[in-house]
Design a protein around this ligand. Structure first.
Ligand code: IMP
Length: 194
């Protein structure tokens, strides 16, 4: 029988991606599947802290082994902002348009526009906890380009490419992204254990 593991998300896109990768050995349950409908606190000030908080919440309240992810865009010249606050950089409405506008404004006089996306996955299995990190380095361009993706995709060009994540599209992005790298590490870890 497949082992059950909760992915502490209701983001359908992330679920499908991860279910596809782990489907041979694991039944991946969403928050909805376990009837967890409340807002899980994300009050830590690091990606690692938030990922652990979410996983711990599920483990403590629902008893499942669990993993959760947290991602941020870290811009070096801005001391790694927006980082853990990427979703609500320009306010609680979590508008990607407003977030990008604010970031482009912050960078308008800056020469160094290098940045990275960083994903942290926290896994709680039995009594142990594990962290997996995925990073993609790149640069924030001057104005938006492309139509696919979400968040800061239209203004981020990964190293080795001249197109933004939005222009590259999901096939390429899902192969090279921060999240893909973190999930790959999680997968290797889980598969080695069986
Ligand atoms: P989350 O932890 O995956 O919910 O990501 C937090 C925020 O980071 C999102 O609301 C987006 O603004 C941004 N973000 C995360 N992943 C990506 C990505 O792959 N492309 C662009 N923006 C992203």
């Amino acid at each position: 029988m497949k082992k059950q593991l909760v992915f502490a998300t209701n983001n359908q896109h992330k679920l499908e991606e991860v279910r596809h990768i782990l489907q041979d050995k694991y039944e991946i349950l969403s928050l909805k599947d376990i009837h967890c409908e409340e807002d899980i606190p994300e009050t830590a000030d690091t990606l690692e802290g938030n990922a652990l908080l979410k996983a711990q919440y599920v483990k403590n309240n629902y008893g499942y082994d669990c993993f959760s992810d947290d991602t941020g865009l870290e811009v070096y010249v801005l001391n790694n902002a927006p980082g853990v606050y990427s979703a609500r950089y320009a306010g609680d409405t979590k508008s990607s348009e407003d977030n990008m506008r604010k970031l482009l404004n912050e960078l308008k006089d800056k020469k160094d526009r290098s940045a990275r996306f960083r994903t942290v996955i926290a896994l709680l299995e039995g009594d142990s906890s594990y962290l997996f990190e995925g990073i993609v380095e790149g640069e924030i361009i001057q104005e938006k380009r492309g139509t696919t993706g979400f968040g800061y995709d239209p203004i981020f060009v990964p190293d080795g490419y001249s197109e933004t994540f939005s222009e590259l599209g999901s096939d390429i992005k899902n192969k090279i992204s921060h999240r893909a790298e973190a999930v790959k590490k999680l997968k290797n870890f889980l598969h080695e254990k069986i």
